[in-house]
Design a protein around this ligand. Structure first.
Ligand code: SF4
Ligand code: SF4
Length: 85
C-alpha cells in the first residue's frame, strides 16, 4: 500500500506534507529545479512507509491511503507512480 496525492493539491502545493514525511518520499520539494513545473506533488509508492503523517497536515485534504482514494481520482495512483519511473 501507499498514500496518494490527488487533485486538491493542484494550485495549493504548499509542501506541508514534505515537512512531515519521515522518509522524504514526497517530491518535488521547493529545493528541486522542477518544483514550479509540476502542478502537484507526488508520493513515491516504493518508498512510502504508510505512516499516515502527511494526511492530516494537508490543508485541502488531497492525500489518501490508496484504498480510500475517491473513485474520481483513481488516475492519480498512476500519476504519482509515473513521476518516479
Ligand atoms: S504516509 Fe508517511 S511515508 Fe508515506 S508519504 Fe505520507 S508521510 Fe511519507
Ligand atoms: S500538503 Fe497537500 S496540498 Fe500541500 S503539497 Fe502536500 S499534498 Fe499538496
Amino acid at each position: 500500500m501507499t498514500y496518494i496525492i490527488a487533485e486538491p493539491c493542484i494550485n495549493t502545493k504548499d509542501t506541508a506534507c514534505v515537512e512531515v514525511c519521515p522518509v522524504d518520499c514526497i517530491h518535488p520539494t521547493r529545493e528541486e529545479p522542477n518544483f514550479d513545473e509540476e502542478e502537484l506533488l507526488y508520493i513515491d509508492p516504493d518508498e512510502c512507509i504508510d505512516c499516515g503523517a502527511c494526511e492530516p497536515v494537508c490543508p485541502p485534504n488531497a492525500i489518501f491511503p490508496e484504498d480510500e482514494l475517491p473513485e474520481e481520482w483513481e488516475d492519480f495512483i498512476e500519476r504519482n507512480a509515473a513521476y518516479y519511473q
